[in-house]
Design a protein around this ligand. Structure first.
Ligand code: NCD
Length: 326
């Protein structure tokens, strides 16, 4: 049977998900946090299933996190790292999708440097697909793990004031977080230099600041973003020193936030560019390590739900064939 609350075949983005669907994935993840903290970290809910990690872009933590999640559920895992720039991108993508599909995987976890590429691939396969980050579009499991971290610390998401700071323009993490946080009733501010603010972003319902002191005033959560040099074509920031001076999170700027504000960062961090080491390693307030920990639980929940839906869908297809043959 498909998951009654989350009956979808893929998780390509947060945009369009309902509060009930998001809460359901977070509730399932909570259960896995407990399992992961116990002595026996394994379950056999995906025994006999095959999960393929298909990464067209370098990644350490997200790929490892998906791999660990699948292994803890007892699945067989294959990691494929494809160099997207070596061959014509469109061709590689579709070829790879069709080849993998012939091997009957249950779920593909896919990362690609182009926005929309994961959806293109999902349309060509008949297994579940989870987006592990596509260009500057979406990174749904990152937003879910951020939400789980906040929810476990604060007991809720609604009514919180969240500042998302830095390279918003190039960030799929920011985009998935806007959708998730706004859907769950949080208030979102972005703080960035003008060159790194996407056009017409206010239309989503976020408040825009170009000054850290004003933007951080009384916030509950400070979410820092990595300066994504690899996605910048042209000059977006004057210099690292200047960027840190105005937009880097340090103790002085943090004073504007609520005294118990949580500090978050999706990693990898550029210490001294967008965040000061003192703040990143302030374990009273920084939950950066917890984000990594909870990421595994979130990916376990997502893989489990998608694999279950995939099995149900295969059974529905087989039944339909039998009926058609009668
Ligand atoms: C993020 C990503 O790849 O989008 N990192 C991650 O998933 N851990 C953010 C980033 O690379 O800055």
């Amino acid at each position: 049977m498909r998951d009654p609350v989350f009956p979808h075949r893929h998780l390509l983005g947060i945009e369009g998900l309902s509060p009930a669907e998001i809460n359901h994935l977070l509730d399932l993840s909570d259960r896995y946090v407990e399992l992961n903290r116990g002595p026996d970290k394994t379950s056999d809910s995906l025994r006999g299933r095959t999960i393929v990690n298909l990464f067209f872009e370098n990644s350490t933590r997200t790929r490892t996190s998906f791999e660990l999640a699948a292994k803890r559920l007892g699945a067989n895992v294959i990691n494929m790292q494809v160099n997207a720039s070596s061959v014509s991108k469109g061709e590689t993508l579709i070829d790879t999708a069709v080849t993998l599909n012939a091997m009957h995987p249950d779920v593909l976890a896919v990362r690609h440097p182009d926005s929309g590429a994961v959806k293109l691939l999902a349309d060509k396969v008949n297994c579940g697909v989870v987006n592990g980050g596509d260009g500057s579009h979406e990174h749904p499991t990152q937003a879910l793990l951020d939400a789980l971290t906040i929810r476990r610390r604060r007991g809720r998401l609604s009514g919180l004031l969240v500042a998302i700071c830095g390279d918003v323009l190039h960030s799929r993490v920011a985009r998935s977080n806007f959708h998730l946080l706004l859907t769950m009733g949080a208030q979102v501010r972005i703080i960035a230099p003008r060159t790194l603010i996407p056009s017409a972003i206010e239309r989503l319902g976020v408040e825009v600041f170009t000054d850290m002191t004003a933007g951080l005033k009384d916030v509950d959560i400070v979410m820092m973003l990595r300066v994504q040099n690899e996605r910048m074509r042209g000059s977006f920031i004057p210099s690292v020193r200047e960027y840190f001076r105005f937009f880097g999170l340090d103790q002085a700027k943090l004073e504007q936030a609520k005294p118990d504000a949580l500090i978050m960062h999706p990693g990898p961090m550029n210490r001294g560019t967008e965040i000061d080491s003192d703040v990143a390693d302030d374990f009273e307030r920084s939950v950066i390590r917890e984000q990594v920990e909870l990421g595994v639980a979130v990916r376990m929940a997502v893989l489990e739900v998608l694999a279950q839906n995939n099995i149900a869908e295969a059974a529905e297809r087989a039944n339909a064939q039998v009926r058609a043959g009668q």
